[in-house]
Design a protein around this ligand. Structure first.
Ligand code: GDP
Ligand code: MG
Length: 598
């Protein structure tokens, strides 16, 4: 197939607007899947993705499309992750495309990630094909949404396709518009190879599988390639395309999207956004936009059973093979023993890794509350980065603490603007801007410390707006704040894993909140346990866990045996996530308690 009949595109949407459903329809119509292979939402492969309804890994499928003019076209449909944690990956996968199908839900209209994705698409100079999906819904309002697309994004409302991916309305028109509106790839076959890496994954038998889009030149099996970010060289063993199952090929030529393997042992060698060229006849400059990803959120992961420390290390090693943005370092806590301090791109990324460790590796974890990276300027002039509250230097040694701020964009119906502003103020937000998208919908912009977002910002937002708010954020930089470290003492001992950083103005309130919360979360012991919050040597709040009066089991002696066994099993169940900390048994929830406060 000629290069001018190639179309590389992506589908972008706010979560749940129907991206996966449309992708499935397109796969079906281009007969990429036989009925037998067809299972719903093929592109969301991992179980976890399916359950959460999100797409974590990018995928690229090659499809044959026969236009009604009888010409044959080659489509590469590139899937993008939908969550704000993976913005950079979205941007790189969009860089592999010349166009994008923009889906907006006919009932919901434009939401925060619709806009965020549109900006990324425009940054990558993509042609947009606007689609209003779910017009079959009884509460669909396509006219209003089309007007919104015109007013907010500047799309001519007459160009919008009305569709229902579910009922197969408008899908043929979408494919015709892919042909007519999206340009073919513009590179040249005779130029030196430039292949954009937009994803990679680790396969235990073949090494790293690198997903690339060939922007210039071509690459064959046996070629020696060079990764331009680190100058490492490898020989290509295998090349292929996904249709959607992998199909081997001898080469990938300009415009094609597929994969290659080259006995690469480590995914961190094949960073998303890097350019692959040939060792012989290399390109002079890499493709633009490569950026190293730095984790923004950190937490401690500790095995509940300390015998599983090595298993946890192995699990992290395995996950890191597949995920170059996951970081970890050994950490030891007086309270929790040996574990790892891990860095993540964001909260969702953190949750996914935790869940995979527990499910795929069968390790029960205690996780500590997430933290951001603080810049601490000490009185001796030295500046240190602190990603673990327990390692914050003593207050008297600290000159200034700086923390990361984000620009948070919240989109809500105007009835909820009040509650949104209230939450943002409480989270130390600084008001930046507010715009009406139409008569009813408002875009509210605040600068907010990332640490407050990491805490329960999004949950609060959802509950206070009945789920109507959508949210997106971008890191904007570091600013000084009046921050102090709060220590928590159980039975007189400081529990390092419970320390957290708090703004001085909120310290008293949070200290009071957390000791009350811990009192409820930590089960009664055989003895009375004081719970205290302290800044430096100063105790600022205290509560007491009363001693257990009677042994619950003793009541049951001589009683019903099955009931007794059930109770024992229940206790065991509950104990899974308990950790002896000094003399006190502490449940997992206690380490997260700090997240659920104002
Ligand atoms: P994604 O998060 O953008 O990938 O969205 P999905 O494709 O997973 O769709 C989210 C939900 O909307 C699913 O329950 C779909 O069945 C449903 N859905 C998708 N397209 C349509 C449509 O055209 N009409 C209706 N009524 N529901 C749809
Ligand atoms: Mg999806």
């Amino acid at each position: 197939i000629k290069q001018e009949n190639v179309r590389n595109f992506s589908i972008i949407a706010h979560i749940d607007h129907g991206k996966s459903t449309l992708a499935d329809r397109i796969l079906e119509k281009t007969k990429a899947l036989t009925q037998r292979q067809m299972k719903e939402q093929f592109l969301d492969a991992m179980d976890l993705e399916r359950e959460r309804g999100i797409t974590i890994k990018l995928n690229a499928v090659q499809l044959n499309y026969k236009h009604k003019n009888e010409e044959d076209y080659l489509f590469h449909l590139i899937d993008t992750p939908g969550h704000v944690d993976f913005t950079y990956e979205v941007s790189r996968s969009l860089a592999a495309c010349e166009g994008a199908v923009l889906i907006v839900d006919a009932a919901q209209g434009i939401e925060a990630q619709t806009l965020a994705n549109v900006y990324l698409a425009l940054d990558n100079d993509l042609e947009l094909i606007p689609v209003i999906n779910k017009i079959d819904l009884p509460n669909a309002d396509p006219d209003r949404v089309a007007q919104e697309l015109e007013d907010v994004i500047g799309i001519d409302k007459d160009e919008v396709i009305l569709a229902s991916a579910k009922d197969d309305i408008g899908v043929d028109e979408i494919m015709e518009r892919v042909v007519s509106d999206i340009p073919s790839p513009s590179g040249k076959m005779e130029n030196p190879l430039k292949g954009l890496i937009f994803d990679s994954m680790y396969d235990p038998y073949r090494g790293v599988i690198t997903y690339i889009c060939v922007k210039e030149g071509s690459v064959k099996v046996g070629d020696k390639i060079r990764l331009m970010a680190n100058d490492k060289e490898f020989e290509v063993n295998e090349i292929g395309v996904f249709r959607p199952n992998p199909v081997p090929q001898d080469e990938l030529t300009v415009g094609e999207v597929g994969f290659l393997t080259a006995s690469i042992k480590n995914v961190s060698d094949t960073r998303v956004g890097d350019t692959i060229t040939l060792a012989k006849n290399p390109a002079e400059t890499p493709l633009p936009g490569y950026k190293r990803l730095n984790p923004m959120v950190f937490c401690g992961l500790f095995p509940v059973d300390s015998n599983q420390y090595n298993d946890l290390r192995e699990a992290l090693e395995r996950l890191e093979l597949n995920d170059s943005s996951l970081q970890y370092d050994a950490e030891s806590s007086q309270a929790l023993g040996f574990g790892f301090r891990c860095g993540f791109l964001g909260l969702l990324h953190m949750e996914i890794i935790q869940e995979r460790i527990e499910r795929e590796f069968n390790i029960s974890l205690i996780t500590t509350a997430p933290s951001v990276i603080y810049e601490v300027e000490k009185t001796d002039g030295e500046t240190v980065e602190v990603d673990n509250p327990s390692t914050m230097p003593d207050t008297q040694l600290v000159q200034e603490v700086r923390e990361p701020f984000v620009k948070a964009t919240v989109m809500v119906p105007n009835d909820y603007v009040g509650p949104v502003m209230e939450i943002a103020q409480k989270k130390r937000g600084q008001f930046v801007d507010m715009q009406y998208l139409d008569e009813v919908r408002v875009n509210v912009v605040y600068h907010i410390p990332l640490s407050e977002i990491v805490y329960d910002f999004f949950d609060k937002l959802k509950s206070k707006t009945k789920g109507y708010a959508s949210f997106d954020y971008d890191l904007i930089g570091y600013h000084a704040s009046k921050l102090v470290k709060m220590d928590i003492l159980l039975n007189g001992d400081t529990i390092d894993a419970l320390s957290f950083i708090v703004h001085r103005d909120f310290a008293y309130e949070r200290g009071k909140n957390i000791v009350d919360k811990l009192k409820d979360l930590i089960p009664r012991q055989q003895f009375e346990v004081p719970v205290q919050a302290a800044i430096g040597n100063k105790i600022i709040a205290r509560s007491t866990i009363k001693a257990l009066k009677k042994n619950v089991l003793s009541k049951l002696y001589g009683g019903d045996v099955t009931r007794k066994r059930k109770l024992l099993e229940k206790q065991k169940e509950g104990k899974k996530r308990m950790k002896m900390v000094g003399s006190v048994e502490v449940p997992q929830e206690a380490f997260m308690a700090v997240l659920e406060m104002n």
